[in-house]
Design a protein around this ligand. Sequence first.
Ligand SMILES: CC(C)(CO)[C@@H](O)C(=O)NCCC(=O)O
Ligand code: NA
Length: 619
Amino acid sequence: MDPSIQKHFTVVDYVIFAVLLAASMGIGLYYALSGGRQRTTQEFLMADRSMRCLPVSLSLIASFQSAVAIIGVPAEIYTHGTQYWFIGCAYVLGLLIPAHVFIPVLYRLRLSSAYQYLELRFSKAVRICGTLTFIFQMVIYMGVCVYTPAFALNAVTGFELWGAVLATGLVCTVYTTMGGLKAVIWTDVFQTIVMFAGQLAVIVVGVHQTGGVSEVWRKVWEGNRISALDLNPDPTERHTFWTLAVGGVFLMLSLYGVNQAQVQRYLSARTEKEAVRSCYMVFPSLQLALALSCVMGLVMFARYCGEDPSDKLGTSSRDAMVIYFVMDMLQGLPGLPGLFVACLFSAALSTISSAFNSLATVTMEDLIKPHFPAMSEARATLLSKVLAMSYGLVCLAMAYLTHLMGDSVLQVALKIFGMVGGPILGLFCLGMFFPWANSVGAVTGLGTGLSVSFWIGIGSIISHSSGTKPLPPDCSSSFLSGNTTTVTQLSALSNVTLSFYSLSYMWYSAFNCFTVIVIGLIISFLTGPMKEQDVTPGTIYPLLGTLFGFLPARLKKKLCCVTPLGQTVFVIKVFHLEQHLHQPDKIFIAPFTISHKIITYVCKTNDILITLTCTLACW
Ligand SMILES: CC(C)(CO)[C@@H](O)C(=O)NCCC(=O)O
Ligand code: NA
C-alpha cells in the first residue's frame, strides 16, 4: 500500500484501546472473585439464573452485533444505498416470536442447553446432531468476527494484524474463563456502550466535516443512496423489501429464537417475565444499532461521494475502505481514532465471548455430562473452564482459516447464519409446532436441509451469482439501473441450477428452515407419525391450533396435541412450588432434571433435603 496514505495512531489512541482490554479483564476478575466465585456450573454457565432484563438485553444485542456489522453495514449502504435498512422491519416479528413462542417453551423446561429440548422432544441422536451443527456454525462465525476488524485495521493503519487477533482472542479467553457468564454479560453491557459511542463519534465528526445535516442529505439524495421501497418479488434479487423484511424474520428467529448464545441469556434471567422483557428491550436498541451503522454509511458517502480508494489501499476489501474513510475523518482529533478502534474490538470481543461461553455450555451439557452422570460439581466446573479456554484457542485457529478466505464479510457472516442457522431453526420449528414429527424425520430433515443449503451456498460462492453491481459512485450522477440489469440477466438464465445458486442469501434461513420442516414431516408420516401420548408434554407450542382457531375443538386438539386438563393443573402446582422454593430461607439446590417425562426436584427446605418426582405435563 502507498505509505503516504497510511493513517497513524497517537499514544492516546493506544491508551484507549488498552483501557478497553483492561476494563474487560477487570470485569472478568471481579466475577471470578465475587458471588459464588465461579465454583458451580450453574454460576459459570447460567449466571445462577439471577440476571435482570437490562444487562440481558444489552448482552443479547452484543452477541450478534460484531465488527462485521459495524464495518459491513456502512460499506453496504455506501455502495448500494439504504435498501438494507429495511431489515429493521424484520425485527418486529423477529423478536415478538422468540418472546412469545420460543422463550415460554424453553424457559419453562428449565434447560441449560437449547439442544436438551431436542432430546426431550425427539431423541438423543437429534440432540447430538443439533449440538454438532451449532458448534460448527459458531466456530466458523467466531473466526470471521475476530479476523475482520484486525484485517481492516491492518490494511489502513499498519496496526499489527496477528498482534490484534491474538490480543482480542487471548484477552477474551481469559475473562470468559475467569468470570463465566456473569462476566460475559457485564462486559457485553460495557462493550455495547463503547460500540454506540464509537459509531456516534464518527457520525458527528463526519456530519460536521461535510457541512451539516442538510448538506449530507443533499449529497446522499443526489447520489441516489436513499433507496425506494423495492417490492420486486424476484427471490434472486439480493436486497428487496421481501428478502429483508420477510427473509430477515427467519434470520432473526434463527439467531434470537433458537441459537444457544441467546437462549442461554434468556435462561439466565431470574424469571420468565424478565426474559421476555429483555427480548422486548432488544427491539429499540437493535433499531438504534442499525440506524447508527446505516447513517454512518450515508455520512461517509456524503463526505467521499462514492470514491473508491481500493487502488491506493492495495486491497479491494470494502471493509478496508470503511476503515480508511473513518481514520481519514478522525485524523487530527486525538483519542477519536482510538475510540473507533475500541468500538470495533468491543464488537468483536462481545461476540466471541458469547461464542466461547455458549460453546463450552453445549459441549459440557450435551456431549460430556450425559456420559458422566456422576461427575462432581467441582470437576464439571473445572472442565467447563477448560472448554471455554480451548474454544478461545480454536477461535484463533479459525481466524487463520478466515485469513485464507475472501468475499464481503457481511455476506459471509449472514450466509453462515442462513446456511447453518436455518436448518437448526427448522429442526426446532418441526419439534415445537408439529406433534407428528418423529426422530427419524428430524434427523433426515436436518441432514437434507444442511445438504441443500451447502449445495446452494457453496454453488453461489463458486458461480459468483449473488453479487450486485454497486450504484454509480458520483454524487451528482442521475439514476442508472445497474442493479436491475444484473437481475434481469440472472432471471433470464434458463439453467435452473444457476438460478438456484442465485437465490438471495437473505432467503437462506427461511428456505433451509422450510426444507427441514417439509422433509421432516414427509419422513415422519412415512415412518409412522409420533403418537400424542408419546410426545413429551411441554415441548409443543400449540401454533397450528392457534392459527386454525376456527376449526372444531376435536380437530384443534389433534393439531396442537393438548394434554388433559388434570395434568395441566398438576404442572401449575409444580411451578408454584418452584417459586416457593426460590424464597431465601428455602434454598433450591438443583432446578430439576428431566428424563423421559419425569421431573426430579432436589430441594432443601430448612436443612432437609427433599427429592420430588412427578410427571411433566403440557403447559
Ligand atoms: C444480525 C443482524 C442482522 C441483526 O440486526 C445484524 O446485526 C447484522 O447484520 N449482523 C452482521 C453479522 C455480525 O454482526 O456478525
Ligand atoms: Na458483538
